[in-house]
Design a protein around this ligand. Structure first.
Ligand code: CTP
Ligand code: CA
Length: 226
């Protein structure tokens, strides 16, 4: 059934989206995670589907319903998220909105860590997680358009410009997370491309999603540019 406001700008296109946090186990009952509601990533997946795209949404643990018309793959860890993204290729575009845990616990004991009376807390040795965005941006089946996010608390645009080059993506959506963005419904973002920086006004996450989906539709349908 056609959804209200549906269009065909992305008909026949496959778009991969990541959303939410990842959970990295410390033991069977504890984990390390980033703060992320998944609201922005899920709204992007929904907006792309409304434009007619086939959308694969690879999501970490979130308290949100699956967006309508979107194929959702649920994962826990960064390594699982990477595997699910690679399995979803090929795609015409990929948007990495997930707040991936940069590190995971080196050890993964099968039993719960127990407090030992009179003893110091257990040490937590960390190891680096794979960078999903950078891996897909350098993949043999690289989507034509690769979009990353950058959550920054200071020097937002400067850090995001560096990140775009370091990660090998086409665009970075930079957001200032020093305020009330986390878990909230509004977002102030800057779009960083090879051509420069666009400052968007403070918008709802829904509006950011719709504007970004429209930009993606333009970029993947236009023969030469990104
Ligand atoms: N990202 C990813 N895999 C990771 C870490 C980040 O795919 N292991 C993606 C995020 O989804 C986002 C972009 O990379 O699209 C930037 O994430 P961010 O945390 O801002 O950047 P980092 O490179 O991890 O740098 P730092 O956290 O040190 O600022
Ligand atoms: Ca990070």
């Amino acid at each position: 059934a056609a959804r209200l406001g549906a269009s065909t700008a992305l008909a026949g296109r496959h778009v991969l989206v990541t959303s939410g946090p990842t959970h990295e186990p410390i033991d069977p009952v504890r984990y390390i995670a980033n703060r992320s509601s998944g609201k922005q990533g899920h709204a992007i997946a929904a907006a792309l589907a409304t434009l007619g795209a086939r959308v694969t949404l690879v999501s970490g643990p979130v308290a949100l319903p699956d967006p309508p018309g979107v194929s959702v793959v649920r994962v826990e860890t960064a390594r699982d998220m990477l595997a699910a993204c690679e399995a979803a290729l090929p795609a015409d575009a990929a948007i990495f909105a997930a707040a991936v845990a940069d590190w995971r616990s080196e050890a993964s004991p099968t039993q719960k860590l127990k407090k030992q009376p009179g003893q110091a807390p257990p040490p937590l040795a960390l190891t680096l997680n794979p960078d999903i965005l950078a891996t897909i941006a350098h993949h043999a089946q690289r989507p034509r358009l690769v979009v990353g996010f950058a959550a920054e608390t200071e020097h937002v645009v400067e850090h995001a410009r560096e990140k775009r080059l370091r990660k090998g993506c086409d665009w970075i959506v930079a957001n200032d997370v020093s305020g009330d963005v986390m878990g909230g419904d509004a977002n102030t973002v800057h779009i960083i491309t090879a051509d420069g920086t666009e400052d968007w006004p403070r918008l709802s996450k829904q509006e950011v999603a719709e504007k970004l989906a429209a930009r993606v539709a333009e970029a993947v349908s236009c023969p030469a540019s990104r």
